[in-house]
Design a protein. Structure first.
Length: 369
């Protein structure tokens, strides 16, 4: 198997899957079955192979199979840039999540260098019209696929910000501690913003060079509250000058965690939040495809894509166009849908798998020879 891919995955007491071992092909993988059968649970397990809380952003205990609630374990063989890797990650009730990479204890951030995974889920359909936090997460997920160090920078920034917020809430006045934390935030924040800007540049380039059935989106970074963005080099100064205001609010009001992402449907010069529901979805698909093309140009491999129920929201022609573009990219793409008819245009080009619910336990059947 060539390219970035999940060769196989094993699930133990994860959501509706009591015990499952699944081998995957390197191209498109179509998972179909009734609602509630456990399709998205497979995608969620794959998303857990990368840093973060996965595509549902669920609490660790919520991923454990009920009613046992024993915890869960995921193991996978992943084809990386230069070699195959073995990932193990698990959770036991009352403990934190553990990660082992190639039989050695590792941090979640280390997974970013092995599994580059990007996803679209139905909850993101309102991304352009809801709060800025969702758009930041989407941008940071795309950024992480290009720059694995983005995970470490984000963790460092958030850790320092939590400590600073604690000082603010406690009305602490010690300038020494503030200075240390603000310097840490400034260093990590500069990396975060540089990575985000580089990602947007790569996405714009990939969209401008693509022949695609999906509309191009012009993306810009803005402030969530409408204020001017703080320059990367001035963040430490801005934090210092904003201490009194932040203390009154009880939290940090400036920095990368307050950045928003605005999108414009380029051909129509229309802001994304004013587009139709279908157009908003098409813009998201366009950005995911642009991300895959840009990464392919950058490292010679596209990321692993997780597209949950995307096919159901596209008309027949655009669905077929999406499948053609995914096959041309050579990306391992996992897609879900309620029936095989949604994937007819992929016949002979995808691994087909049916997932059934059997008295609360998911079963998986590979229908591809």
């Amino acid at each position: 198997m060539s390219g970035l891919a999940i060769n196989s995955i094993s699930l133990s007491h994860f959501r509706s899957h009591r015990a499952a071992k699944i081998d995957f092909s390197s191209g498109p993988v179509a998972l179909f079955g009734d609602n509630g059968a456990g399709k998205t649970n497979v995608l969620e397990a794959i998303s857990i192979l990368s840093p973060g809380r996965g595509l549902r952003r669920a609490a660790l205990e919520d991923m454990a199979r009920k009613p046992e609630s024993l915890g869960w374990k995921i193991t996978a063989e992943v084809a990386g840039l230069r070699q195959n890797h073995f990932i193990e990650t698990w959770y036991q009730s009352g403990a934190s999540r553990q990660v082992r990479l190639d039989d050695k204890a590792a941090s979640q951030a280390a997974l970013a260098r092995v599994a580059r995974v990007v996803w679209l889920v139905p909850a993101m359909d309102r991304l352009w019209i809801e709060a800025a936090e969702g758009r930041r997460r989407f941008l940071d997920r795309l950024t992480l696929s290009f720059m694995p160090d983005h995970a470490e920078a984000t963790l460092s920034y958030e850790r320092a910000m939590r400590d600073r917020n604690r000082l603010l809430k406690d009305q602490a006045k010690d300038p020494h501690w503030y200075a240390i934390l603000e310097q840490q935030m400034a260093v990590s924040g500069q990396i975060i913003m540089q990575n985000r800007r580089e990602t947007l540049a790569r996405l714009q380039m990939a969209q401008s060079q693509a022949q695609t059935a999906f509309p191009a989106a012009m993306i810009t970074l803005t402030s969530a509250d409408g204020a001017p963005l703080v320059s990367d080099s001035d963040l430490a100064t801005a934090l210092f000058e904003g201490r009194i205001r932040d203390m009154a609010a009880g939290r940090t009001l400036q920095g990368p965690h307050r950045v928003d992402m605005a999108a414009l449907y380029q051909d129509k010069s229309m802001p994304a939040d004013q587009c139709s529901t279908g157009e908003q979805k098409a813009l998201l698909v366009s950005l995911v495809l642009a991300n895959a093309r840009a990464l392919l140009a950058d490292i010679g491999m596209a990321p692993v894509l997780l597209l949950d129920e995307v096919a159901a929201h596209l008309d027949q022609d655009r669905r077929a166009a999406l499948y053609d573009e995914l096959c041309d990219l050579g990306s391992q793409t996992f897609m879900t849908g309620t029936g095989p008819e949604l994937f007819l245009a992929l016949k002979g080009r995808a691994q087909m798998m049916q997932i059934r619910d059997q008295m609360g336990t998911s079963s998986i059947e590979n229908l591809t020879d």
